[in-house]
Design a protein around this ligand. Structure first.
Ligand SMILES: Nc1ncnc2c1ncn2[C@@H]1O[C@H](COP(=O)(O)OP(=O)(O)OP(=O)(O)O)[C@@H](O)[C@H]1O
Length: 327
């Protein structure tokens, strides 16, 4: 049999739910296709309710698609869910099993349940505790941990038994910045040293951009854009962003509406937070706009910079467009 170079292949997956009490049909995945290459870190982005978790549950064999085909390392998930479970690790969005166990015991038992000997599971538990900086908490019960700590333990549990594919649902949700960075670097390290394939859902797009190699943006159950972060950034027409900060004292003196009118007369801007504006433009129009800003706005501009758009800008660009199309 020809070796499948894709770890994950989902083709034309459709999944509906019936919502009680009136059995309203919810189309959670709508003819969705996705390929994840072996050893890749793949990011799944999309707004709340886009259908990301539904897809993950089907990849893991925990939900059955209405139609479509899912292969994990060449194994048909619907036909052989148990084989798939042996090679995949899963970090769910919130639920963590074994809440009445201590951290080290939860890790070791998870390893044993995945077929490891007690000795090997104990060795990997020590490694996980060190890698995830859980030393201080090793004898704490899971139900006494903060939400953030529980996420870290949950990642450790997903890694027990050395799965070949790891599926993570919002791995950095609820974590403080230091621990978030640690999780991202652990993902990168494990991917580099063990060649594990990662498919992860995240809302931390700016952070994910540094780590993921391929991305799919999902909305309304469909993939609306996919590619490497660089490809996606190149694909949007407005390929430059100007960020502007307005002086607080000028807002007091002139009034915000005069300032915004002046900005709008040059180009349309969006307010990102008080006194901060962003404008998206094509490179060809950039010089003209910067000239206008310098000539007409220097009295009230505190700072401005020109930057290429981030993956987050691409995400907003695509999902906004999709929202408009559905209104
Ligand atoms: N068990 C269920 N019964 C009925 N509807 C469901 C069920 N699970 C999910 N849904 C609906 O299916 C759609 C997709 O949900 P899903 O949880 O897959 O989205 P998501 O992209 O993971 O969202 P989030 O980012 O908020 O976690 C939503 O409209 C959701 O309300």
């Amino acid at each position: 049999m020809e070796r499948d170079t894709f770890s994950i292949r989902a083709q034309n997956v459709t999944k509906t739910y019936k919502k009680k009490p009136q059995n309203e049909i919810i189309l959670a995945n709508d003819n969705l296709s996705l390929n994840v290459a072996q050893g890749e870190i793949f990011g799944l982005l999309g707004p709340n309710g886009a259908g990301k978790t539904t897809l993950l549950l089907q990849l893991l064999g925990l939900l059955v698609p209405d139609s479509g085909d899912i292969q994990i390392e060449g194994i048909n998930v619907v036909k052989s869910p148990d084989q798939v479970k042996k090679i995949t690790g899963y970090m769910p969005q919130s639920r963590v099993a074994m809440k009445n166990l201590e951290v080290y015991r939860a890790l070791t038992i998870t390893g044993q349940l995945r077929g490891m000997s007690k000795r090997d599971a104990t060795i990997q538990t020590k490694e996980m505790i060190e890698r995830l900086d859980l030393g201080e908490h090793r004898t704490q019960y899971l139900d006494r941990l903060s939400g953030g700590m529980l996420r870290a333990v949950s990642l450790g549990m997903a890694l027990m038994g050395h799965p070949r594919i790891l599926i993570l649902d919002e791995p950095t949700n609820e974590l403080d910045p230091v621990r978030r960075r640690m999780i991202w670097s652990t993902i990168q390290q494990i991917n580099a040293t063990d060649g594990i394939t990662f498919l992860l859902v995240t809302h931390n797009v700016l952070e994910a951009e540094q780590v993921v190699e391929q991305v799919a943006i999902v909305d309304h159950g469909r993939v609306i854009a996919s590619g490497s972060p660089e490809e996606l950034k190149r694909s949007i027409k407005h390929d430059m962003r100007i960020d502007i900060v307005v002086k607080a004292e000028e807002v007091e003196r002139q009034g915000i509406s005069i300032i915004e009118e002046t900005l709008q007369s040059i180009s349309s801007f969006v307010l990102t937070k008080p006194r901060h504006y962003s404008l998206f433009t094509e490179k060809t129009a950039l010089g003209n706009i910067v000239n206008h800003l310098v000539l007409e706005c220097s009295s009230f501009i505190d700072d401005f910079r020109v930057v290429p758009p981030s993956l987050e800008d691409v995400y907003i660009h695509h999902t906004n467009k999709q929202i408009e199309a559905h209104v």
